[in-house]
Design a protein around this ligand. Sequence first.
Ligand SMILES: Cc1ncc(COP(=O)(O)O)c(C=O)c1O
Length: 410
Amino acid sequence: MAALKRHPKKIGVGGAIITPYAKRLVNRVLNSGRISYGPMLKRFEQEFARVCGRKFAISANSGTSALQVAFHALKEKDGWKDGDEVIVPAITFVATSNVVLQNGLKPVFVDVDPYTYHIDPKKIEAAITPRTRAIAPVHLFGMSADMDPITAIARKHKLRVVEDSCEAVGVSYKGRPVGADGDIVCFSTYMAHLITTGVGGLALTNDPDLAVRMKSLVNHGRDSIYVSMDDDKGLKGKARFEVANKRFSFISVGYSYRMTELEGALGIAELKYLKKNIKLRQRYAAYLLKGMKRYEGFLQLPTRPDNREHAYMMFTMVIKDPRLFTRDELVAWLEDWNVETRYMMPLINQPVYVGMFGNLEPKYPITANINHHGFYIGCHPEMDKKHLDYILAVFAAFFKNKGLVAENKK
Ligand SMILES: Cc1ncc(COP(=O)(O)O)c(C=O)c1O
């Protein structure tokens, strides 16, 4: 192996590619002078709903705000009480669980599958109590959770399902789009996500009543779904007055969670590129998987059940035997060589959660293992083959230094 030379720039876990089409759409917004909710966002919502096979999409200024209004709308509609419970995977981004708490509800954690890292459907029923109201499966790292058994459990126990799909869009589960199953599904368009608009999110549903409630909640709790400035277009006389009369009427304690036309424009351009984006990620992941197969005795690499597609929002790894080397050693090595890493969404061991719930890790052994031995690197369109080869060389040097895997002579 030629001497490894440190990559001059950090190879990050993801960013954004602003295409000429995105620039044209953003400029169209700027030239129109209309930057609050208007035609771009309406189009983005409609196109996003189509990709996900849903009837209604409500844009919000983050995935977290989309989740916040989703639980708020359900709590209001179904009359949930403070302290009612929501089942949440023990591995997820803190926001999934935070919004449950912020809605006055209680997250009840369930351990995850050791290979997909999603909530383990086999362990859900044991966590259901008379106060359980919903299950919140999370489609982490670019792939759907196992939805059929989750939906079956929800039906059996009359529970709502709120899917957190902030990390997966445009991929399928058993032939249907990810996020097509629950009462509400929420997406994020934050940096490094599969669709990136800087900040942003969407809540999707097929239920017109929930759609109206969520649309109202992101708009301060206004009284109606008609909340844009052209909502009286084409109306006259009494009908126009009716709309004007509703504009300043508030029916719930809502939020100011609106997206702007600028994010709508970026989102439309990103949706156009989504299929290509995912194909490229899949090709890069296949290349990394092939190059890293020789470390499979030491690292658990991403796995994909046959019934679903994977968008590889991230390329995950879990150290198999920490007596040989620790995650911290490998992560420190990668960071030293300018390969950015992140841990795999540790939640229950976060100081804030330990403060609230105590040390939960002994109850969640799979999660505890991932919390301490899992991490990921990026696998995204801003990378190219040179980056992938460099990453493979950095791993090769690590395993050679450790005396665990000899150099690969091509
Ligand atoms: C699984 C999951 N849920 C929720 C969120 C929150 O999304 P946002 O950062 O847009 O608020 C994220 C994103 O970072 C996420 O990965």
